[in-house]
Design a protein around this ligand. Structure first.
Ligand code: AGP
Length: 616
């Protein structure tokens, strides 16, 4: 949600802001704007509802010449619709200051009444303009941006990343964060701010993650960080692991297509360094101490959306290898159900962005209850891993498309590694299971590459099915959450009704949905690795086929048992049974992508969705 970029330096300010906003587009937004100090030293704003291209057109028609400080924003509407007036930046102090915001100010109604009583006329419906107005009032009183800003942020309830600049302090941009991400980019004679490193990775890979409840003050020559009380805070810089090219489409028609094909490499990178001499070990977990892992009597995985399906798949493997009960809870349900947590509970959060507000709040809740928290995350130095006792990173590289693909398979990979590490430490992992898993990990990138090569077949299928209004997905065991993920992909980017079911549940209700021509994808387990489940799924196929379903069977190569009952067969290489989701999900991702394209939709930025869901 909302993308934020800030710049101070001698460069082409508008260019820096627009390129940052372009890279932040993936977060999801419905309006965009920039504020700079113009040639006359005044704050000038251009903002517009709709996509960035509309703002760029506006800037072409009415250019802004600026070399100095500036702030830019992509807005995902919360308070007030996606209109020009509600777009950020918002002005305060009679137009002398500009401010942008990611998050929600919960006490905005009372603050609005206060600023209106002070005679400020508000032009938008947003909570943000109220903050800009308050900052204006405070600046008039103190004549000093940093202290005025500090006073204002201390009065806000809710979540926020705020950036502000004032005409009278032309070389400064101030920023604050509370439960919302903020990073500083360190340049030579110029500095940057962003809601994530994508905002400035085209200019510098030196970054500082601003901690919770801190304020960053940047000028071209210096970066200072304080807490909300104004006391200086020490900080460390880190090098961003990926470069700007990693977040480019590189010739692909969409980021999603590129990211689907990157999955073998993402899995290989996630495995690298974690298997040595036939043994799986995760150094980041070692830091927790084996005692904690040995004593755990229950694991709760918390996540949302696709990450929660990765969690559900991971749960099967962790239970099998570590012999500890694992349950998966949606982050937004977790803390409101008064969960039973003890000092022997281990909470594992799963999040690509590491900024999902629901998951962050659930992790904080677990921390407050004294529970050990482990984060599986794809984004270096994001808030969730920093709030957790241990962080196990997936090394999938930046995922830009809203629909998660390579992060999903990398999350499953990381959870499996965690399960094996736990199994070894707890003494529950047999030598045979460990050896089988090591072999499966060795063979995984090649198997995933074969799965990626199903693209053409799925493109054909999607072409024939472009008018389809509903698709069902069936699976058993780890195939069940894979089916849920296949359905989610289709809903997200092709906007059609899709549902995933546990195949065994069919007869308990969903089979009533089957009618003539109803497309059903069936994830068929390997007949060699899971003969019992295989035969049950083949029976399920017969049941739906008898009722007119159009069956698209995803099978292991060489499995001919479904041929008499399937309309289409997609063949995948043999893997260990637990590893099947890592290959079976790939054709489902291609299918969603191709159906979305066949319908002429925006594959990477589907309507209403944001990549990073930073509000609850
Ligand atoms: C995936 O395709 C979705 N866009 C969404 O479900 C996502 O997985 C979810 O919002 C969680 O995001 P996170 O992994 O960044 O926490």
């Amino acid at each position: 949600m909302c993308g934020i970029v800030g710049y101070v330096g001698p460069g082409d300010t508008v260019g820096v802001l627009l390129s940052g906003l372009k890279r932040l587009e993936y977060r999801g937004y419905d309006s965009a704007g920039v504020a700079v100090l113009d040639g006359a030293g005044e704050v000038s704003v251009r903002k517009r509802s709709g996509k960035l291209a509309r703002l760029t057109e506006m800037l072409e028609a009415s250019p802004l010449e600026a070399h100095g400080s500036g702030i830019g924003h992509t807005r995902w509407a919360t308070h007030g619709g996606p209109t020009d007036a509600n777009a950020h930046p918002h002005l305060g102090d009679g137009g002398r200051l500009a401010l942008i915001h990611n998050g929600i100010v919960e006490n905005f109604a009372e603050l609005r009444a206060e600023v209106e009583a002070a005679g400020v006329e508000l032009l938008s419906e947003t909570d943000t303009e109220v903050v800009a107005a308050l900052l204006g009032i405070e600046f008039e009183r103190t004549g000093e941006l940093e202290s005025a800003f500090r006073t204002v942020v201390r009065r806000l309830h809710g979540t926020f990343t705020l950036l502000a600049m004032h005409r009278d302090e032309p070389d400064t941009v101030v920023a604050a964060r509370h439960n919302s991400p903020l990073v500083v980019g360190l340049g030579e004679g110029e500095n940057f701010l962003g809601s994530d490193v994508a905002a400035f990775v085209g200019h510098t890979r030196r970054a500082v993650a601003v901690e919770e409840d801190n304020i960053a003050i940047i000028t071209p020559e210096a970066v200072r960080i304080t807490d909300f009380a104004g006391d200086p805070v020490e900080f460390e810089e880190y090098e961003v692991a990926w470069n700007a090219d990693a977040a480019e489409k590189g010739g692909w028609s969409s980021f999603m297509a590129k990211e689907i094909t990157e999955q073998p490499e993402a899995a290989a990178n996630t495995i690298r360094g974690r298997i040595a001499g036939g043994e799986i070990s995760i150094p980041e977990l070692e830091a927790l101490g084996d005692e904690v892992l040995r004593n755990a009597d229950r694991i709760v995985i918390i996540a949302c959306g696709t990450a929660s399906y990765a969690g559900q798949i991971g749960a099967y493997a962790i239970e099998q290898w570590a012999r500890v009960p694992v349950e998966v809870q949606l982050s937004h349900e977790f803390r409101y159900r008064d969960p039973v947590l003890t000092e022997r509970t281990l909470v594992i959060s799963v999040s690509q962005s590491g900024e999902t507000m629901d998951t962050l709040m659930a992790v904080k809740y677990a921390n407050e209850r004294g529970v050990t928290t482990v984060s599986v995350c794809n984004t270096q130095s994001a808030t969730i891993p920093r709030e957790s006792d241990a962080a196990v990173y997936t090394h999938a590289g930046p995922e830009v498309a809203v629909a998660s693909t390579k992060a999903f398979t990398a999350q499953i990979t990381a959870l499996y590694l965690i399960g094996l590490h736990l199994g070894r430490v707890r003494g529950t992992l047999s030598a045979e299971d460990q050896a089988a898993a090591v072999t499966a990990f060795d063979e995984l990138p090649a198997a995933m590459t074969e799965a990626v090569e199903t693209h053409e077949q799925l493109a054909q299928l999607a072409h024939w099915m472009a008018d389809t209004r509903s698709v069902l997905f069936l699976g058993r065991h780890v195939g069940y959450p894979t089916a849920l993920e296949g359905a989610l992909k289709l809903k997200e980017i092709a906007y059609i009704h899709a549902e995933g079911f546990a195949a065994g549940e069919l007869k308990h209700g969903p089979i009533a949905l089957i009618d003539h021509g109803q497309p059903v994808f069936v994830l068929v387990p390997s007949p060699r690795k899971s003969p019992v489940m295989h035969s049950k799924v083949v029976s399920n196929i017969q049941e739906i086929r008898a009722r007119g379903a159009r069956v698209i069977a995803i099978v292991e190569k060489g499995d001919t048992s479904v041929l008499p009952y399937a309309d289409d067969v997609i063949r995948l290489p043999l893997t260990d049974a637990l590893f099947e989701p890592l290959v079976q999900v790939v054709p489902l991702q291609w299918f969603a992508l191709e159906l979305s394209q066949a319908k002429g939709l925006d594959v990477d930025q589907p309507r209403n969705l944001a990549k990073s869901v930073t509000v609850e």
